[in-house]
Ligand binder design. Structure first.
Ligand code: ADP
Ligand code: ADP
Length: 228
């Protein structure tokens, strides 16, 4: 369902972030992206959620050639992909409820549906009682749960997570991983860039290693493979 064919990405300053990447990720897989800083992991993910377009090569998500998408079609593809960041990126002046509902308002869902669905995803991430809190009143782990709720509220087929546990202590990180596994179990493909050796080597999944803009390893139940 996600296919990259000989993808090259060269930024405006001449940096070659990806150099000939080809890979197929099937529906409902859980994939870890590993590799040193600067290897191209974030670029790989930005191409999938169409934050960047490839310099060369084809990338398709659910059958759409997203490098060549007409601008008016971009929102349709984006709503089908949830994105989670290391630093949560919640809107600081909106409540937890509003942060999540906002993602549905932009696609003009009916108010009644927004309310039901927002409370459902809050329940799923274990934060039903916090719907009126502001992000700054929550712990890091709770903020990441809100970000996950926001990412899944439109029922995307893919979640892209860029170091989602990078700012969290180990115990909180395991809680976030349980939640991502549960979401994957319910039928969402997950692509997660991580430097967390402990997690990768314990919750064994497909591991794709990127170095210098190229895939150097791709294993079904792989290991982290770096010192940290
Ligand atoms: P990773 O996520 O593995 O750390 P990135 O995809 O962020 O790697 O970066 C890959 C390479 O591309 C690095 O050399 C980085 O400095 C460079 N890079 C990333 N974004 C840009 C940009 N907007 N402009 C120029 N170079 C960039
Ligand atoms: P169904 O289970 O009948 O397919 P939903 O899609 O509404 O119905 O999901 C039921 C529960 O799963 C709800 O609590 C909902 O918030 C949650 N849920 C829905 N979509 C996702 C998703 N992509 N990832 C994780 N949980 C989801």
């Amino acid at each position: 369902m996600i296919e990259l064919q000989d993808i090259w990405k060269t930024y405006a300053d001449g940096t070659h972030a990806l150099r000939g990447v080809s890979v197929l990720i099937e529906r409902n897989e859980f994939v870890y992206l590993v590799g040193p800083s600067g290897a191209g992991k974030s670029t790989f993910m930005k191409l999938i959620y169409r934050e960047e377009v490839p310099t060369k090569g084809q990338i398709s998500v659910n059958g759409f050639n997203i490098g060549k998408l007409k601008p008016r079609k971009i929102p349709y593809v984006r709503r089908n992909i949830g994105v989670i960041f290391q630093d949560y990126r919640l809107l600081p002046k909106l409540t937890v409820y509003e942060n999540i509902a906002f993602a549905m308002e932009v696609i003009e869902a009916p108010k009644r549906i927004i309310k039901k669905r927002t409370m459902d995803v809050l329940e799923l991430v274990g934060l039903r009682g916090k719907h009126n809190s502001l992000p700054q009143q929550l712990s890091g782990g709770e903020q990441q749960r809100v970000a996950i709720a926001r990412a899944i509220v439109n029922n995307p087929s893919v979640i892209v997570a860029d170091e989602p546990t990078g700012n969290l202590d180990p115990e909180t990180s395991w809680g976030i991983m349980n939640l991502l596994e549960e979401i994957n179990f319910r039928g969402t493909t997950i692509i997660m860039a991580t430097h967390n050796k402990e997690i990768v080597n314990t919750l064994r999944k497909r591991v794709i290693a990127i170095e210098n803009g190229q895939i150097v390893r791709d294993e079904v139940r792989g290991e982290y493979g770096y010192e940290n």
